[in-house]
Design a protein around this ligand. Structure first.
Ligand SMILES: [Fe+2]
Ligand SMILES: [Fe+2]
Length: 320
């Protein structure tokens, strides 16, 4: 297959020359397409990132799916159902984008189901009340938009194109979450307290979603050079915080961050210290719901076996 032929250079010297040519194309803002030559490390980096992104979309359905049968009205239920279905679609576009780099969907599924693959740490937190659905849409999808808008200009064509549609849908997700928060914040004292409690629990994990600070991020430098990453973790986190502070004020809710302050000189809000030990713990598999999420995914995969078999049989008959 072309994917292998192009990525097993005969000697180190040739690989270096190829890498320089490749970097020149990147510097000239060329879009890299699946059939183009690319350094093995570029391919591996993208495969890791896109497949982790796809897994996150899929696992991200579980915390919200938990509330589908308990949504407070038919309208809220229909909206949430549409939102969760969008996430399944995002997972599928992204698996398809990752497949163009030469790894099969089955291999990626296996890695996820065996617990070898990473996905966003945020989905290992529980959804305790209906307000969590509001907080997730507002903050988790809000953070996802901040992360994903620059990816629409990523150097790898299939990933960038998938992101354009995904970002449009994320914008709807963010608004539906904020609308839930607004309704609760303007409701009874109990409803407002429920919204505040959800914000208290989701604020810090959402700040962690942007990943380690730039000084501590292992992958950032090379990804920036390859124009996979356009904006640093800290800069994205800053954009998110500046937006969230104003949105929380409008809701009449407070952020659970005693050291939060406005820095008049830069015009930005500054958050207190992030507990990176918690982030690493959750990412390593020891968050509140890691085992539950993986078990739910494994069960769904097993229960879906007959659908995959039926689809394969239908396709075989159609081809014949
Ligand atoms: Fe999504
Ligand atoms: Fe979303």
């Amino acid at each position: 297959m072309y994917t292998q032929a192009l990525n097993e250079p005969e000697s180190g010297a040739r690989a270096d020359l190829g890498d320089q040519e490749f970097q020149a194309r990147i510097d000239a803002e060329a879009r890299i397409e699946p059939r183009d030559a690319m350094p093995a490390a570029y391919r591996a980096t993208l495969l890791r990132q896109i497949s982790q992104h796809a897994h996150s979309e899929i696992i991200g359905m579980y915390p919200e799916g938990n509330w589908l049968t308990r949504a407070p009205s038919l309208k809220r239920k229909a909206i949430l159902l549409a939102k969760i279905q969008d996430e399944a679609g995002h997972g599928l576009y992204l698996y398809a984008a990752a497949e163009t780099l030469g790894k099969s969907r089955e291999e990626m599924f296996d890695a996820l189901l065996a617990g070898r693959a990473k996905y966003s740490s945020i989905f290992n937190y529980p959804t305790l009340t209906w307000a969590d659905i509001g907080a997730i849409g507002w903050l988790v999808d809000g953070a996802a938009i901040m992360n994903q808008i620059p990816l629409c200009r990523c150097s790898y064509g299939p990933y960038a194109r998938a992101m354009i549609r995904i970002c449009k849908e994320e914008s709807f997700h963010q608004r539906q979450g904020y609308d839930i928060m607004l309704t609760l914040a303007r409701g009874t004292p109990e409803q407002k307290a429920m919204a505040q409690d959800a914000l208290d629990r989701w604020y810090w994990p959402c700040l962690m979603m942007f990943g380690p600070s730039d000084q501590d991020s292992t992958h950032s430098d090379q990804s920036t050079k390859w124009k996979i990453k356009r904006i640093s973790n800290d800069a994205l986190r800053q954009k998110f915080l500046d937006a969230v502070v104003v949105q929380a004020q409008y809701l009449g809710l407070s952020l659970p961050d005693p050291e939060l302050r406005f820095d008049a000189e830069s015009g930005h809000w500054r958050h207190g210290p992030i507990d990176w030990a918690e982030f690493r713990r959750v990412l390593a598999g020891d968050g509140p719901c890691n085992r539950e999420r993986l078990a739910a995914r494994q069960r769904a995969h097993e229960e879906g076996a007959w659908v995959r078999e039926a689809a394969a049989a239908h396709e075989a008959r159609r081809a014949a």
